[in-house]
Design a protein around this ligand. Structure first.
Ligand code: NAD
Length: 246
């Protein structure tokens, strides 16, 4: 499905990003894995290279525009074109709004939203020249529903949806699509910390009766990044077991 295609995937050292990188590599893409975790990213690269030997890893903090610019230069040198960008890196720093520190707000907005502006802007120029591109941004069900203790996270994830729709309108004439995937509760490091009671409460709200797996989200990302999705842009694909139906 992705033969001769190249993809940058942020946050690909673990969870959804890593599973997406492996799945895309299995389908023939060359991947540039990007993360701020030096050891984990090399482990992920080793797995990806089993299917896509020319793939590379780049350690970068996505909040640094300079670092991202360097990374995009590296991707250009290694791969020539960049066909697919998956903005997946994300963090949570939960707190009730009255107690939320400015740093908790800033950190979450900076990783989850500002970085997407930086990196998309950097990758867009070569995509526009090539008149081809697939941009997939990883939002969250929380961006649609809100969640107590997650005003910062919900704002960043809702912001991504508005950003993506505006971008989709701007770049459509150049053969570039931009879409979001909005996962519900997915079993990854991000949700590992949930107490058994919280987990039960969440499960009771999921009609399909199970917490999702990273592969469920990866499947949706792969579809939106594929040629088959050429007529879909500005959309948000919900992968949440039915817990939220827009
Ligand atoms: P994860 O913690 O396993 O992965 C997060 C990834 O982001 C890691 O690779 C980490 O290195 C990277 N990252 C974080 N800060 C970074 C920075 N400053 N610079 C570079 N890389 C950075 O979590 P996950 O569950 O796989 O999350 C992936 C995405 O899915 C996130 O955007 C998250 O908000 C979203 N999401 C997850 C769930 C869920 O239930 N797990 C639900 C909805 C949305």
């Amino acid at each position: 499905m992705f033969k001769d295609r190249t993809a940058i995937i942020t946050g690909s050292s673990s969870g959804i990003g890593r599973v997406t990188a492996v799945a895309m590599a299995r389908q023939g893409a060359r991947i540039l894995l990007v993360s701020n975790e030096s050891i984990r990213i090399l482990e992920a690269l080793e797995e990806v290279r089993q299917f896509s030997p020319d793939s590379q890893a780049y350690e970068a903090d996505v909040t640094s525009r300079a670092c991202l610019a360097e990374m995009v230069r590296f991707a250009g040198q290694e791969f020539g074109t960049i066909d697919i960008l998956v903005n997946n890196a994300g963090i949570t720093k939960d707190n009730l709004l009255l107690r939320m520190k400015e740093s908790e707000w800033d950190d979450v907005l900076s990783v989850n939203l500002d970085s997407v502006f930086f990196l998309t802007q950097l990758v867009l120029r070569p995509m526009m020249k090539a008149r081809y591109g697939r941009i997939v941004n990883v939002s969250s069900v929380v961006g649609m529903t809100g969640n107590p203790g997650q005003a910062n996270y919900a704002a960043s994830k809702a912001g991504l949806i508005g950003f993506t729709k505006s971008l989709a309108r701007e770049v459509a004439p150049r053969g570039i699509t931009a879409n979001c995937v909005a996962p519900g509760f997915i079993q990854t490091r991000m949700t590992d910390a949930l107490s058994p009671t919280a987990r039960e409460a969440i499960l009771s709200q999921i009609p399909l009766g199970a917490i999702g797996e990273a592969g469920d989200v990866a499947n949706a990302i792969l579809f939106l990044a594929s040629e088959s999705a050429h007529y879909i842009t500005g959309a948000t694909l919900h992968v949440n077991g039915g817990m939220y139906m827009p």
